[in-house]
Design a protein around this ligand. Structure first.
Ligand code: KG4
Ligand code: ZN
Length: 337
């Protein structure tokens, strides 16, 4: 079995996965959303302290599996330095005590493997990753070969939902709140710009849209002056602009990429409005849409464990002294490192 630990942002999570069957035997996650809500985003130092309490609590429950562990996996990049450190310290200690190898896991590759928690790996696949920290399209040919085809030049999709919600005084995380309000809103009331609409660039950009939302809020007299219906209408109009932007750039990629299987992963892939839009786009282009079960879209250790099973088979191990946080700049192109 492999024990996996995830602490790259504001979710403390541990999973145990059986190597031979790839079956998830244990999984628990403690989210910190309520603790960060009043700040409108994640406060790294607070997150770190909460991990230091939550992770040992969860680990206690996994003790019955300790004797059967063959490896310990841990997210080591990308993420918040101070929170990654909590998971890494625990993983190093456990691996040393149990005398088993360590498997460092790239968080974004973990999101890709969230698709395979309940099924076999399936490659090649084109993948749209939309999370709180990243937005990118990746061509995944194998465990080793994952190439970035497009990224966001500024904010990520999840971040744009979070900031839009914050500007309207709606709390954190913004994604589910905006999606909920949008169901009761008129998506045509506010004419928000679709980012990079007239650009040939195959890339994403969400900061301009965020500014357009800010201007609408100002025009309405500020968040306090907005009615419930105003907030629903703005949520719907914003979500529509995000959808149109994602679809427009995805269409260009679909035209150039013959791969039949397409997937959306990451926290924002839980958005049903976006999922439905991609279902239609995939039908139009003869592609098959894959998504992870809803509970594995946001950060979790089950996806880290599933990736680690494939890494174990390839003996992608590291000595404890080699595993450290890797704080990289956002990757714009090339292979997913
Ligand atoms: O993957 P994730 O849990 O963490 C990162 O790796 O960043 O993604 C969290 C992000 C947050 O920005 C959150 O607002 C967004 O995913 N999110 C959503 C929805 N549910 C979560 N965005 C849009 N619609 C949703 N239903
Ligand atoms: Zn994530």
């Amino acid at each position: 079995m492999i024990l996996s630990i995830e602490s790259s942002c504001d979710d403390s999570s541990i999973a145990v996965t059986e190597i031979e069957t790839k079956k998830l035997l244990y999984h628990k996650k403690i989210s910190q959303e309520t603790e960060h809500a009043c700040y409108g985003g994640v406060v790294p130092e607070l997150a770190s302290r909460l991990h230091a309490v939550a992770l040992p609590k969860i680990l206690e429950e996994t003790k019955p599996y300790f004797d059967q562990l063959k490896a310990v996996a841990v997210t080591n990049q990308p993420g918040l330095g101070v929170t990654l450190l909590e998971g890494i310290a625990m993983a190093k200690t456990l691996a040393t005590l149990q005398n088993v190898p360590l498997i460092p896991v790239h968080h974004l590759k973990g999101h890709i493997y969230s698709l395979f928690i309940e099924q076999e790996t399936r490659f090649p696949m084109l993948i749209l990753l939309i999370s709180g920290g990243h937005t990118m399209v990746v061509r995944v040919e194998s465990f080793e070969k994952m190439e970035i085809l497009a990224t966001s030049m500024d904010d990520s999709v999840g971040e744009s939902f979070d900031k839009t919600a914050k500007m309207m005084g709606l709390g954190y995380p913004g994604g589910p709140i905006i999606e909920q309000l949008a169901r009761k809103g008129d998506e045509d009331r506010f004419d928000l710009p679709v980012p990079l609409r007239n650009s040939k660039l195959i890339a994403f950009s969400l900061s301009g849209l965020k500014n357009a939302v800010r201007l609408v809020i100002e025009k309405l007299g500020g968040a306090e002056a907005m009615s419930e219906q105003d907030k629903c209408d703005l949520s719907a109009s914003f979500q529509k602009a995000v959808k149109r932007h994602l679809l427009q750039k995805s269409k260009k990629i679909f035209k150039a990429e013959p791969i039949k299987d397409f997937a959306i992963v990451g926290g924002a892939s839980a958005n049903l409005y976006i999922r439905n839009a991609y279902e239609e786009l995939c039908n139009e282009f003869g592609k098959t849409l894959h998504v992870a079960p809803l509970q594995y879209c946001s950060d979790n250790a089950a996806m880290i464990g599933r990736y680690a099973v494939d890494a174990y088979e390839k003996k992608a191990f590291a000595a404890p002294e080699e595993v450290d946080i890797i704080v990289t700049k956002k990757q714009q192109s090339g292979m997913l490192l």
